[in-house]
Design a protein around this ligand. Structure first.
Ligand code: COA
Length: 323
């Protein structure tokens, strides 16, 4: 069961109308109409992935009444770690002083938090751990191409943290579904700068180590996969769409969210949307939304929430949770 949540974002808010000032040929109306995004948070010089993860984790631990010493495991979903080696999760472990916790990252892009929650649940069911910190966090502003209007307007920075404890049968994850399709990896990737093409001055100059995306194809796959994942989760939980009190989808684009909700037959009043204020924060988007939904009183004891995610890989999945 989810025992506590928290989030943190960099202080700086970057509005749509600011792109023109950095030489990007776009405008607020285009971005809002195509994506629903108004603004996003962007990290400043002193801020790191570890610093926002730590703040989000402290908020979740305070909400759950859990100390760092009680954490058995830390899972971080991210595709923008502070260093390529070691993992973001061990940096977070050190920052928290969670010396008992085993720490590892999940590389599933925007599905990272959802995959992490399912790994946590499975480890708890196996009896290996009692208390797990699952974080989804990104500093996408550090890995997007700020000269590419197709991508730089979409993303934002942030971290969402969740403390999970072993659940009773009536509460916790009722159903979960995870899928991947690596044959479509080239549609959303960082083509170079990894071990296959180690960084060179040429790669740096052409920017091929930064996020590259074929937006229209990604859009179609996202809608298809998230719609299917909703169907699967409802089937597995033996529930119908009317049983869902709140749908919390990955916050990539309001049009993807609306299409997914329509397919799942969940009215928009029951769908949580905050992409307008945060942009697409990848692995952080669902746990940030969950924390806001709890703070707004939209998730209480007994509320049934369906989560659905989609990201680079492609990776996607869904989860139905009774709080
Ligand atoms: N401002 C103004 N124009 C822009 C622009 C921007 N920021 N970005 C792209 N355009 C232009 C394109 O160059 C294109 O111009 P052209 O027709 O002269 O070539 C035009 O807008 C239409 O581009 P298109 O790709 O057809 O737009 P779209 O309706 O598909 O919207 C996205 C583009 C990126 C918003 C949309 O495809 C999308 O959201 N895709 C999914 C992205 C995503 O969520 N990724 C993460 C998944 S986890």
């Amino acid at each position: 069961m989810v025992a506590g949540t928290g989030y943190a974002v960099p202080k700086r808010v970057f509005r749509n109308d600011e792109f023109a000032s950095i030489g990007i040929d776009t405008d607020d109306a285009w971005i809002r109409e195509r994506t629903g995004i108004r603004e996003r948070h962007i990290a400043g010089p002193g801020e790191t992935l570890t610093s926002i993860c730590t703040e989000a984790a402290h908020n979740a631990m305070a909400a759950a009444g859990v100390s760092a010493a009680e954490l058995d495991m830390i899972i971080v979903g991210t595709c923008s770690p502070d260093r390529l080696l070691p993992s973001a999760s061990v940096e977070l472990q050190a920052a928290l002083g969670a010396s008992r916790a085993v720490a590892f990252d999940v590389g599933a892009a925007c599905s990272g938090w959802l995959y992490g929650m399912q790994v946590a649940e499975a480890m708890m069911a196996a009896g290996s751990v009692e208390t797990v910190l699952v974080v989804g966090a990104e500093l996408l502003s550090r890995i997007v191409n700020w000269k590419d209007r197709n991508t730089c307007v979409l993303f934002g920075d942030g971290a969402g943290a969740t403390i999970v404890k072993r659940s009773t049968k009536q509460r916790g994850i009722l159903a979960s579904y995870m899928r991947s399709d690596g044959t479509l990896a080239d549609l959303l990737d960082r083509p170079k700068g990894g071990a296959a093409y180690p960084m060179t001055a040429e790669i740096l100059a052409e920017g091929s180590h930064l996020v590259h995306m074929r937006g229209r194809e990604v859009f179609k796959n996202a809608v298809r996969s998230m719609a299917d994942a909703c169907d699967r989760a409802l089937d597995l939980a033996k529930l119908s769409s009317s049983d869902i009190d709140l749908l919390i989808p990955h916050q990539a684009n309001v049009r993807i969210i609306e299409a997914t909700a329509k397919h799942a037959n969940v009215p928009m009043e029951k769908v949580f949307v905050n992409v307008d204020r945060f942009g697409n924060t990848s692995a952080a988007s669902i746990p940030i939304a969950l924390d806001e939904a709890i703070a707004q009183g939209r998730v209480k004891d007994g509320t049934i929430v369906m989560f659905v995610a989609f990201g680079a890989g492609f990776t996607w999945g869904s989860m139905v949770v009774r709080f």
